[in-house]
Design a protein around this ligand. Structure first.
Ligand code: CP3
Length: 349
């Protein structure tokens, strides 16, 4: 028997280490382009960033998937690149091309980023949280999030997405002190941002480290684990009992070290991690979340059913949150999400 009383929320129960059948579920990027009602709201604003920064609309799109599907959590509608934006970096989301940023790749550009201004820039997100929480029942907590410093830094230094994060890796190897200053700035602003989201009403947090897989072990320890640990420490110093989920995408076997050293309450697992490895190396100590292939959800059919059954059979005995191994794809048919919900709700299948 655990000392923590069971909550009304299946997600929070899983995060405190309780197994349940069926497991709680939500989907990464559950608000977004696969929903026609999202596309409609999106078409009314000039840019994606305007949507993130307009609380009434951001709250509306956060709630949209929860009206359609009986998910066990919401996730704030925003983006990990809201932090560079709030720090004063030029950030734009170009239709069909992804994010474009004015690269920050030297000492002078880093010195221009303004942490004191970040608080005011993020205020609309806190208002979104307040609006959403006012609409949600006790059983459906809202998850707040940020990107991990390493992943956010890759976009800041590259000036956008890239296939190998080479610009950020080069800067980290060539000028570690300069890169450290950027990482430290991101630790401070991200920790404050997470605390702000909890103060506004979020009851769990997730840190997305989407590019954790691009660093070797020593660099992973310095640029992924250490800054993430610093954020978790700062958040827990202010709000000791808020559960934090870490998602070190692509970390492979380093996910175990990440779990042991970051202070996370639960580990988000990407699609590539083998289920029995997750069970034996992570779930014996931590609640786990994941890891259905988003492409399989988009394809659907018998292969989807077989895989969902295997995931539930392997991970369903321990504390587990059903999710994808990465964000839902825009082309995903809604009928496939409905089918997934009924497969997971059937529990043991
Ligand atoms: O529903 C939710 O999960 C909450 C909202 C959310 C978004 N982005 C909305 C979004 C979350 C949690 C994110 C996280 C995010 N953003 C990550 C980490 C997770 C991951 O996918 O690896 C990363 C790396 C980003 C950066 C980012 N934002 C990229 C690379 C892109 C372009 C690619 C794409 O999917 O278009 C975005 C844009 C973005 N963020 C969209 C949404 C719904 C699509 C833009 C639009 O609707 O016009």
């Amino acid at each position: 028997m655990s000392a923590i009383p069971p909550s009304q929320s299946a997600l929070l129960n899983a995060l405190s280490g309780r197994a349940s059948t069926p497991p709680p579920m939500w989907l990464m990027r559950q608000a977004g382009r696969y929903l026609p009602e999202y596309r409609e709201v999106r078409s009314k604003v000039p840019s994606f960033l305007d949507l993130c920064l307009t609380p009434a609309l951001a709250a509306e799109v956060t709630l949209q998937p929860l009206r359609r599907f009986p998910f066990d959590a919401g996730i704030v509608f925003s983006d990990i690149l809201i932090i560079p934006y709030a720090l004063g970096q030029n950030v734009a989301f170009v239709e069909g091309e992804g994010p474009k940023l004015e690269p920050v790749s030297d000492e002078a550009a880093i010195a221009e980023l303004d942490e004191t201004a970040a608080g005011a820039g993020l205020a609309p997100v806190y208002e979104t949280v307040e609006r959403v929480v006012a609409e949600l029942p006790e059983t459906v907590p809202l998850i707040g999030f940020c990107g991990a410093p390493w992943t956010v830094a890759t976009y800041m230094v590259e000036g956008g997405g890239s296939k190998d994060q080479a610009a950020a890796r080069s800067l980290a190897y060539r000028e570690p002190e300069t890169f450290q200053r950027l990482i430290d700035l991101l630790v401070e602003s991200s920790a404050r941002y997470l605390v702000g989201q909890v103060k506004a009403g979020c009851r769990a947090l997730q840190i997305f480290d989407s590019w954790a897989g691009s660093l070797p072990e020593d660099a992973f320890a310095r640029w992924c684990i250490a800054p993430t640990r610093a954020i978790v420490d700062r958040v827990k110093a202010e709000i000791p009992n808020v559960p934090v989920i870490g998602f070190p995408r692509g970390a492979g076997p380093l996910a175990e070290r990440y779990a042991q050293e970051t202070g996370m309450d639960a580990i988000g697992c990407d699609t590539s991690l083998p289920l029995t490895w997750i069970r034996d190396r992570l779930q014996n100590r931590f609640p786990v979340q994941g890891n259905l292939d988003p492409v399989l959800l988009a394809v659907g059919g018998p292969a989807l059913e077989v895989r969902v059954k295997t995931i539930l059979e392997t991970l369903g005995q321990g504390p587990f949150i059903f999710n994808l191994g990465h964000g839902i794809l825009p082309e995903t048919p809604i009928a496939n999400v409905e089918r997934l919900v009924s497969l997971v709700q059937a529990g043991r299948v």
